[in-house]
Design a binder for this molecule. Structure first.
Ligand SMILES: NC(=O)c1ccc[n+]([C@@H]2O[C@H](COP(=O)([O-])OP(=O)(O)OC[C@H]3O[C@@H](n4cnc5c(N)ncnc54)[C@H](O)[C@@H]3O)[C@@H](O)[C@H]2O)c1
Length: 468
């Protein structure tokens, strides 16, 4: 079956870039990305490519090439579903905030709504592709809904989880380590798998396109995120041990990363991982494991989250301790708010939790991030529900100039590893700060020896922070 029309439900961080690359690489396929969020669709259609709703290096060029040719963004969900042979579900699957599984399970409300809408809007058979990250065995629920409400149409369900990393999404999509497609083992399932394989094969070498049964595919995505997050928590646990023993976590990471069995990636100690996926996917795996009575499995993976929470809290506590056990009324500048560099995504960013901790102590936080807006920062803090919007605005200021941000600060904390932070005139920042000037490098990106030499007031007690 040759695919010529694709619909993708969800124009977010995954749906937008993924479909833009499919459209760029497959000019003979019409790709329509739909969303219920009118503002998001307007932004995808906007003239100014600097204002796309998702910031990713290189994405503007891909969109510029394909948009209007064979890539379209629309809010007419039903029309796009009906016209397509293949419908991707790429909607949000956040952690549940209510009821059974609250704080652990994935909320599948939006996925179920999509399934119902696909069933209602389809006047022909469809291949439905799970692009969202879903708990293992979700495909069964999607199939049940489609089979029971789809008016006799035939639906094949595939799982095609997305492994892109924000910040390098375009690069990852253009040259993925692998594409994973899970489907039903019967002949119709295999035909559907082959149809999707043919889409990717336009630019991905066949040997990198893995096909599996649907449950393996669903579980592989959760497992991949759990393993990646586990590495971050592992090196962060070692960073605390380093601070007590005089070892340097960067040197330890280099030494163990040289072992080909371990490898060098994801061994950078930091203030902790963030992003919309790692925490939610592990919590979801913990929840599923518990629901099968696998207590040891659940406890094992839950520890990755506990370590991450500990690292964020520890970073905030170290700032307070170093500022003579009080930050009340002190200006603390955050360089960075996004959960990692090269993205404007702030979901679960460590910065949010460190800020909340410091605001509890009545610190005055000033934030500068090259890609995150003031409204987003306030919205992130309001979402925590820990204090009123008025108090947040009283204690948190957002500025758009890094040097202004650091003026008269007692401390500067690096919360995101943006490249530009390394290139700043740190002598100028040092001179503008109150003394003793303290820098807490939560991403371990600055030249610490240089800073120490520059700042004679840099006390020996700060040495421990170079371990982040
Ligand atoms: N962000 C990542 O790096 C990443 C990577 C891999 C996988 N994922 C997974 O991909 C999925 C989507 O993530 P995201 O970051 O793109 O989320 P997102 O919140 O950025 O985008 C989801 C979009 O879906 C839209 N939507 C929800 N319900 C809808 C409906 N019924 N009809 C039309 N539109 C609807 C929302 O308005 C939103 O714009 C999640 O399951 C996530 O776990 C995310």
């Amino acid at each position: 079956m040759k695919i010529t029309k694709i619909c993708c439900i969800g124009a977010g961080y995954v749906g937008g870039p993924t479909m833009a690359v499919i459209a760029q690489k497959c000019p003979d396929i019409t790709v329509t990305v739909v969303d219920i969020n009118q503002a998001r669709i307007d932004a995808w259609n906007g003239e100014d490519l600097d204002k796309l709703p998702v910031y990713e290096p290189g994405l503007d060029k891909v969109v510029a090439e394909a948009r209007g040719r064979n890539l379209f963004f629309s809010t007419d969900v039903n029309k796009a579903i009906d016209e397509a042979q293949m419908v991707f579900i790429s909607v949000n699957t956040p952690t549940k905030t209510y009821g059974e599984g609250k704080g652990m399970a994935a909320d599948l409300k939006w996925v179920e709504l999509c399934a119902r809408q696909i069933a209602a809007a389809s006047t022909s058979d469809k291949i439905v592709v799970e692009k969202s990250t879903l708990p293992v065995r979700t495909a069964q629920a999607v199939k049940d809904i489609l089979d029971n409400t789809g008016g006799g149409r035939k639906f094949q369900i595939l799982s095609n989880p997305e492994f892109l990393a924000e910040g390098t999404a375009v690069e990852d999509l253009l040259a993925p380590d692998r594409v994973l497609i899970g489907g039903d083992p019967g002949p119709e399932g295999q035909e559907a798998i082959e149809a999707l394989v043919s889409v990717y094969a336009a630019w991905v070498p066949r040997e990198r396109i893995l096909t599996t049964n649907i449950w393996s595919s669903e579980l592989s995505k959760l497992t991949a995120n759990a393993f990646l997050a586990q590495r971050v928590s592992s090196i962060n646990a070692i960073s605390e041990l380093c601070e007590q023993t005089g070892a340097d976590v960067t040197e330890v990471a280099r030494a163990i990363g040289a072992d080909s069995r371990i490898g060098p990636k994801f061994l950078k100690a930091s203030v902790g991982f963030g992003g919309s996926c790692f925490q939610k996917d592990i919590l979801n795996m913990v929840y599923i494991s518990r629901s099968y009575g696998l207590t040891e499995v659940a406890d094992y993976w839950e520890q990755v989250i506990k370590m991450n929470d500990h690292q964020k809290a520890r970073f905030a506590k170290n700032i307070i301790k170093s500022l003579y056990n009080t930050v009340n009324g002190k200006k603390i500048t955050f360089l960075g708010w996004a959960f990692k560099k090269d993205t404007n995504d702030t979901r679960e960013s460590a910065a949010i939790y460190v800020a909340d901790h410091l605001i509890n102590e009545q610190a005055q936080i000033t934030v500068y991030d090259p890609k995150v807006s003031e409204e987003k920062i306030y919205a992130d803090l309001e979402y925590l529900n820990t204090r009123s919007p008025e108090e947040i605005r009283r204690l948190v200021k957002v500025v758009y100039d890094p040097y202004e941000a650091c003026l008269d600060a007692h401390a500067v904390a690096i919360l995101t590893e943006w490249d530009e932070f390394v290139d700043y005139d740190w002598q100028r920042i040092y001179e503008a700060m109150l003394k003793p000037a303290k820098v807490f490098d939560g991403r371990n990106i600055l030249p610490h020896e240089e800073l120490r030499t520059m700042a004679s007031a840099y006390s020996p007690s700060e040495r421990q922070y170079s371990n982040y």
